[in-house]
Write a protein that binds this ligand. Structure first.
Ligand SMILES: [Zn+2]
Length: 251
């Protein structure tokens, strides 16, 4: 499976930064929305996931997001999330940059998480700027189809990046900085198709770093990776932790 080779690479090339995509969360029961059977195959992204759609008809967009937030908060971190938190704890992963909005890295115990597509942690009122935490959003959604702003009554928007919105500048700057300084960028569960996150490996490679890929299916960077494992995150990452434990000095 290549876990031993990956263990050797991660020990040799520090600091290591991890980039995760939807493939890390599929084993938590969260479908990859870009897959042929994913959410955007059922819901037109421009009708449900774009900022224009939200401005036009926030009630319709919330008819999609309400069950989605319920599903995300009901999901549990899987062994891939736990393995990444463990790798950070033992000092072999500096940070996790994620395209996922589901908070599962956070809930698994990862400390340095850069959420480049935002997250469901908060929602913000487009009218007055009031920011509301997830627990309160869930309370509001238990009573109504849309969460109303406690300050002005406007309809809150989840702080996830919608189509047509810019990525959060601070997070994306931090992600590029981490990628530039990484001697190893380990990409897990991302097909590296969504820009600008798909540009992070190039940042690492240009600065003399190496690239390792753990993904089911091909990516545009396959030929430039030092190591590529075609497998599931939930199997490969725990095997990686086991392989590292087998080495002296890691407990
Ligand atoms: Zn408001």
């Amino acid at each position: 499976m290549g876990a031993a080779a990956l263990a050797e690479l991660i020990r040799r090339r520090q600091p290591c930064v991890v980039l995760t995509g939807a493939g890390v969360s599929t084993e938590s029961g969260i479908p990859d929305f870009r897959s042929p059977t994913g959410l955007w195959a059922q819901f037109d992204p421009f009708e449900y996931g774009s900022i224009d759609a939200f401005r036009r008809d926030p009630v319709k967009v919330w008819s999609f997001y309400k069950p989605r937030i319920g599903m995300l908060t009901g999901a549990e971190p899987n062994p891939a999330h736990a393995a990444l938190a463990e790798l950070e704890r033992i000092g072999l992963v500096e940070a996790v940059v994620t395209q996922n909005i589901d908070l599962l890295h956070d809930r698994a115990g990862s400390r340095e998480v850069v959420e480049v597509h935002g997250s469901i942690r908060t929602a913000t009122c487009p009218g007055c700027g009031e920011r509301v935490h997830l627990a309160r959003v869930l309370e509001l959604l238990a009573e109504a189809d849309v969460p109303a702003c406690p300050s002005c009554g406007g309809i809150l928007k989840p702080d996830v990046v919608f189509f047509g919105e810019l990525l959060p500048a601070e997070e994306i700057d931090r992600a590029f900085d981490l990628a530039r300084r990484a001697r190893l960028l380990l990409v897990v569960g991302s097909a590296l198709e969504v820009h600008p996150v798909a540009g992070l490996p190039l940042e690492t490679l240009s600065a003399g770093g190496e690239l390792a890929l753990v993904n089911r299916g091909p990516t545009p960077y396959d030929s430039r990776a030092s190591l590529r494992i075609d497998g599931s995150a939930g199997e490969v990452l725990p095997a990686l932790v086991e392989a590292l434990r087998g080495e002296p000095g890691i407990g």
